[in-house]
Write a protein that binds this ligand. Structure first.
Ligand SMILES: NC(=O)c1ccc[n+]([C@@H]2O[C@H](COP(=O)([O-])OP(=O)(O)OC[C@H]3O[C@@H](n4cnc5c(N)ncnc54)[C@H](O)[C@@H]3O)[C@@H](O)[C@H]2O)c1
Ligand SMILES: [Zn+2]
Length: 380
């Protein structure tokens, strides 16, 4: 497990859009080999080494983006690089326009590969460009934030935001492969890293009690970013997300909604704090505790299920309560939840655990119960 040479792979089975996720440590230089192997499998004519555009952001460019480009050049690729401002603002039509310009300038054709090297912002934005430039060019994901490695790089959702709504302009577009080097996490700021761990814990609660127990047993290694443990947890999360995506690629059956455990609360908290107090994974950590308390109230689980989540999140130094509950009055949170696109005709929908490792979608949760949980948590 801790052998740094050990590579793990996860196969995402989506018929003609199937692809592989490679999880390695300290092997960024070998990215070209995997890319070439993946393109070979995919194309209708023999793959030739061609051109690539690495899309990154200013934080990731120095430590990782340049290295990916160099590795490709070393293997004979013509590689250009473009870097975006870090942050959610770069997921906009205005911010991605220069990526199309760069593709035009390098005379990119349908074989030019877009290589998204960065967090979820870069992955979503570059993926959207790849889906639309000449109606689709191949793209490779090289996620460098923990959230991107365990969540956004898997599943093919690509998008930019509209000023009125997040992810409004997008597509389902699968990459040719995902190349994850856990060593890229060494430069990730502590808070961003922990935020990603919030989503990791989520997978244990929704799908895999054994994985949850593994996280409990390895919380010290997680805090130390131990490479072998990181490879294992990233691979496990990718496998769990792939299981869901394989059954509901285009978000039609509703199964994909289980990934939203903790998110109905989290989205409301994020919106009420104007997206600048809580990182997404922090809001999810708090949201999971609220959702779990709601499940307790509805007699779906015993208190120990909530307690184990609380203990684990605390050991990973994630918040489990709102910074200032007075800012999030039950009324304001409820109003916000009703605005959420996932609230169908004013009904409150929640993904709730029925035991550790299993969740179900409840489509009509009583407002009374939600209010009671919000009041209880605000007062506790
Ligand atoms: N497509 C999907 O299915 C999906 C799923 C979940 C989230 N998302 C999207 O993902 C985005 C959030 O992703 P995120 O949390 O990775 O945000 P992000 O891309 O903004 O990255 C967070 C911060 O970490 C920096 N960073 C990333 N990797 C780094 C590294 N290795 N070293 C140093 N700094 C690094 C970035 O520059 C940024 O400042 C949101 O836009 C969200 O909508 C998409
Ligand atoms: Zn999330």
């Amino acid at each position: 497990m801790t052998d740094s040479s050990q590579r793990l792979t996860v196969q995402v089975d989506l018929g003609p859009r199937s692809y592989e996720i490679a999880i390695v440590s300290d092997e960024l230089r070998s990215v070209a080999q995997d890319l070439e192997r993946w393109l070979e499998r995919l194309t209708y004519r023999p793959h030739r080494i061609g051109s690539a555009l690495v899309v990154t952001d200013h934080n990731v460019r120095g430590p990782h983006g340049e290295r990916v480009c160099e590795a490709l050049r070393h293997a004979g690729w013509r590689c250009e690089l473009i870097s975006l401002e870090p942050g959610e603002q770069s997921k906009s039509l205005r911010a991605i326009a220069p990526i199309y310009d760069a593709l035009v300038a390098m005379k990119a054709d349908r074989h030019t590969v877009v290589v998204a090297t960065g967090g979820g912002v870069v992955g979503d934005a570059a993926g959207f460009v790849a889906a639309t430039y000449t109606r689709g060019v191949p793209y490779l994901q090289v996620p460098t934030s923990l959230l991107a490695q365990v969540d956004s790089s898997v599943g093919g959702k690509v998008a930019v935001n509209h000023s009125q709504a997040k992810n409004l302009i997008g597509a389902f577009y699968q990459p040719v492969g995902v190349f994850i080097d856990t060593d890229t996490l060494n430069t990730l700021p502590d808070r961003e890293y922990r935020s990603g761990l919030g989503e990791v814990v989520k997978y244990g609660v929704i799908q895999d009690a054994e994985f949850f127990a593994y996280l409990e047993a390895h919380s010290d290694d997680l805090n130390d970013r131990e490479p072998g443990v990181l490879r294992y947890i990233v691979a496990r999360c990718c496998r769990l997300k792939a299981d869901v995506v394989e059954q509901d690629e285009f978000e039609r059956t509703g199964l994909r909604s289980i990934l939203n455990y903790g998110h109905t609360f989290a989205h409301a908290f994020e919106a009420l704090s104007h997206y600048d107090q809580l990182l997404h994974g922090e809001a999810v950590a708090i949201g999971m505790i609220y959702a779990s308390r709601l499940a307790e109230r509805m007699k779906l689980i015993e208190p120990d299920v909530t307690q184990r989540q609380l203990d684990l999140l605390k050991r990973l130094h994630l918040p489990t309560r709102l910074p200032d509950p007075r800012q999030f009055t039950p009324e304001a949170v409820l109003d916000r939840m009703k605005l959420d696109k996932k609230a169908v005709s004013g009904r409150l929908r929640f993904v709730l655990p029925t035991r550790l490792g299993h969740v179900e979608l409840f489509k009509d949760v009583s407002e009374h119960d939600v209010r009671a949980v919000l009041e209880e948590m605000a007062g506790s």
